[in-house]
Design a protein around this ligand. Structure first.
Ligand code: SF4
Ligand code: SF4
Length: 364
């Protein structure tokens, strides 16, 4: 297994400050049967709508939420922001964690807690994608709250091998963690080299030489748990947004329209392609006026030109050599192993979009 240092200019991550976009003119709440329309039209509090924004319904719109089309109420913000209700924290226990994950249909995360015994707990604060820094900023803001929760979880499992893993070149977040980690002697801060895909569970455990029953969680998982347990406010979220030269970390209200976030962050930018959720593994979207900011959207990249042009194959074999799991994207050998990591596309000198080709081949 080989992991790669991607040759990209990521200087833009230095000195990033968080920018707030917490007062959009509109938010878009997915239609739910139990919403009381009469209350909302009287400008009554709409916390029950999953947002602290106060306002009135001014229409309906079709929107994309968590990858699915759904009807949405358009709420015009009256800028009388509601104080986020301090909900009572849910008592932390593995039973309660499983219960809330089941209620919120978080099957993948729930499965991680369905192990009889745990030998190691590994918390990854690694964002593999180029120019996506959400994990670092989540950790910077909430290090104590996250570490408290991790510490409680490790006590329930009586687990002695607990690691918080960060890339060794992310100095500002390392400093932040060093300031607080001393309070948690059972959690070891572990640094790893900045290699693409090191954040993936199988690669990271391999690199750290960790075997046995492992509870592997990302910082995003911990953040989610903190929100479900009502330790952290669940009405805002970070998103990384970049163009060809700059990058910004924006704290947004959930359910804001992506086009409004783009307009806020890059008001003068014109004629760009939009990729969401990473340059290596993301998705190009045509119309950001349909996409609503929900938990699945982590980043927006605005590119003047797409990096792929589908030229002729040069038969150089680079795509085969770089694949970490032995797929041959040209003839489809081992296609079922594909991680959709995008390395073959990144390294192809003819700029062929092999990720798309592989998806097409898999569907045949
Ligand atoms: S996208 Fe699939 S085929 Fe291409 S390098 Fe990654 S795992 Fe290999
Ligand atoms: S890396 Fe690109 S040019 Fe080289 S063999 Fe693969 S598809 Fe062809």
């Amino acid at each position: 297994m080989r992991l790669f240092k991607l040759d990209i200019n990521n200087k833009i991550k230095e000195n990033l400050n968080i920018i707030n976009f917490l007062n959009p003119d509109y938010i878009y709440i997915p239609y739910e049967k139990d919403i009381d329309l009469t209350k909302v039209s009287k400008n009554e509090p709409i916390n029950s709508f999953k947002s602290s924004i106060s306002g009135t319904i001014v229409g309906l719109k079709m929107g994309v939420f968590n990858n699915e089309y759904n009807n949405a109420y358009i709420i015009a913000n009256n800028f009388k922001e509601l104080e986020t209700k301090k909900n009572k924290r849910i008592k932390i226990s593995i039973e309660n964690i499983k219960k809330i994950l089941l209620e919120n249909k978080e099957t993948e995360l729930l499965n991680k807690f369905n192990k009889e015994s745990i030998d190691n707990i590994v918390i990854s604060a690694i964002n593999d994608e180029i120019n996506v820094y959400n994990y670092m900023y989540l950790l910077k803001e909430n290090a104590n709250l996250y570490l408290d929760l991790i510490d409680e979880i490790r006590m329930f499992y009586k687990c002695t091998n607990n690691y918080l893993v960060i890339k060794n070149n992310e100095s500002f977040i390392i400093d932040e963690c060093l300031n607080v980690i001393g309070t948690y002697p059972s959690i070891v801060l572990t640094l790893v080299e900045d290699l693409y895909l090191i954040g993936k569970e199988q690669f990271l455990l391999d690199k750290l030489n960790i075997t046995g029953n492992t509870l592997f969680l990302t910082i995003e998982d911990i953040d989610k748990l903190c929100k479900y347990l009502k330790i952290i406010d669940n009405t805002t979220k970070f998103i990384t947004i970049s163009d060809n030269v700059t990058c910004k970390i924006i704290r947004c209200k959930k359910y804001t329209l992506l086009s409004d976030i783009i307009e806020f962050a890059y008001p003068t930018l014109k004629n760009y392609h939009i990729i969401i959720n990473g340059l290596m593994t993301g998705l190009e979207i045509d119309n950001p006026t349909y996409f609503i900011l929900t938990d699945d959207i982590k980043s927006i990249h605005l590119l003047k030109k797409l990096p792929r042009f589908n030229k002729e194959c040069l038969n150089c074999g680079k795509c085969i050599n770089v694949c970490p799991v032995g797929v041959n994207p040209i003839n489809g050998i081992n296609l079922s192993n594909c991680l959709d990591c995008g390395l073959c596309t990144f390294f192809c000198p003819a700029s062929i979009n092999l990720r798309e080709k592989i998806k097409g081949d898999s569907n045949e």
